[in-house]
Design a protein around this ligand. Structure first.
Ligand SMILES: [Zn+2]
Length: 328
């Protein structure tokens, strides 16, 4: 037995609720992931979604060998009310009736449960155990299926009056102003500059580009950001259009954000950055368009130092540790 097993530190349980999987982990106050598991998500209905979370939690806790955890924390997609501990609603996972997370998931274990959206959770993980160790003012920019930010100023996450702060994906850049967004408007950043948006836009434009190699990628089920960036490098006109719009839109939006907030660091996370193609190109647009004063304070635009598989889970655990701190 290791020393940790003999004398386990107190833990909380973090739950990262995604559209296809649920990650559950036990996390100490210093951010050590003691044990973690992954479970399937059935998001057919609200009921199957909540049952999937319950099954994941029950399985994890039934195999947890140490003293009971102190609280539960959930990072979810959609709208949340962190002060009340309520998952208000979500489209990606079909939550139409609000869920009191303590009543639904904490009560059977006699634990309180905290909740916030996944990007706020990841930003809290950065604040406590990542970029926040160096910077009091930073922005976490997630570009994955969607595009969103978590804003930290003076060492605190900006939630806004109703926890809506950070919806960077629905700011306007003037790039591709006619492209419709799932929010119901046109010209938002997200449909042009997210992994999901990029694929959807490629599918819409493919018929107008019959010679594009992206047709082959689509037939092989390989139409993704990586394929689009690779074909842009080969000079394919459709891929170049999509990739250029993404780079320009992200660079302009980020320059606006930098001018507005004067951050010390921009931390990028989410699957689309993993390619390495995007970041230097966006950096060039930012350098060319942001104000000199704000740029002189910006030390880096760089990937997160946290494990991308764990950042959401660590953030959910922070939410739980905040509940524990309130009680103490
Ligand atoms: Zn929008």
């Amino acid at each position: 037995m290791s020393a940790t097993e003999m004398n386990p530190a107190p833990v909380v349980i973090g739950v990262d609720v995604g559209g296809t999987k649920i990650a559950v982990g036990a996390v100490t106050r210093t951010g050590e992931m003691v044990q973690a598991g992954r479970y399937p998500m059935d998001r057919s209905t609200q009921q199957t979604s909540l049952t999937s979370i319950q099954v994941a939690l029950d399985d994890f806790l039934s195999s947890w060998p140490h003293a009971a955890p102190l609280a539960l924390g959930f990072g979810v997609v959609g709208r949340t009310d962190p002060a009340a501990g309520i998952w208000v609603r979500s489209m990606n996972i079909p939550i139409s009736e609000s869920v009191d997370m303590t009543a639904r998931f904490g009560a059977p274990y006699g634990l309180r449960a905290a909740v916030d959206n996944d990007v706020h959770a990841a930003t809290l993980a950065e604040l406590h155990w990542g970029a926040g160790r160096e910077a009091r003012d930073f922005v976490y920019l997630n570009v994955g299926t969607g595009t969103a930010t978590g804003i930290v100023t003076n060492g605190a996450l900006v939630r806004g009056a109703g926890n809506h702060a950070g919806e960077f994906g629905h700011t306007f850049t003037g790039v591709a102003p006619d492209v419709p967004c799932p929010c119901g408007r046109c010209g938002c950043l997200e449909p042009v500059a997210s992994g999901g948006g990029l694929i959807e836009r490629a599918r819409e434009l493919l018929p107008a580009y019959p010679d594009s190699p992206l047709h082959v990628a689509e037939q092989q089920g390989q139409l993704n950001a990586h394929a689009i960036f690779a074909q842009a490098d080969q000079g394919d006109p459709l891929a170049t259009r999509l990739a250029d719009d993404m780079v320009n839109a992200l660079g302009i939006a980020l320059a606006n954000l930098i001018n507005l907030l004067d951050p010390q660091a921009i931390v990028v996370g989410g699957g689309v950055w993993a390619d390495g193609w995007l970041l230097p190109r966006v950096q060039r647009i930012v350098q060319a368009t942001a104000l000199a004063g704000a740029l002189s304070d910006l030390e880096s635009i760089a990937p997160s130092s946290l494990d991308p598989d764990h950042v959401g889970l660590l953030g959910a655990a922070i939410l739980a540790w905040e509940v524990v701190a309130e009680r103490e």
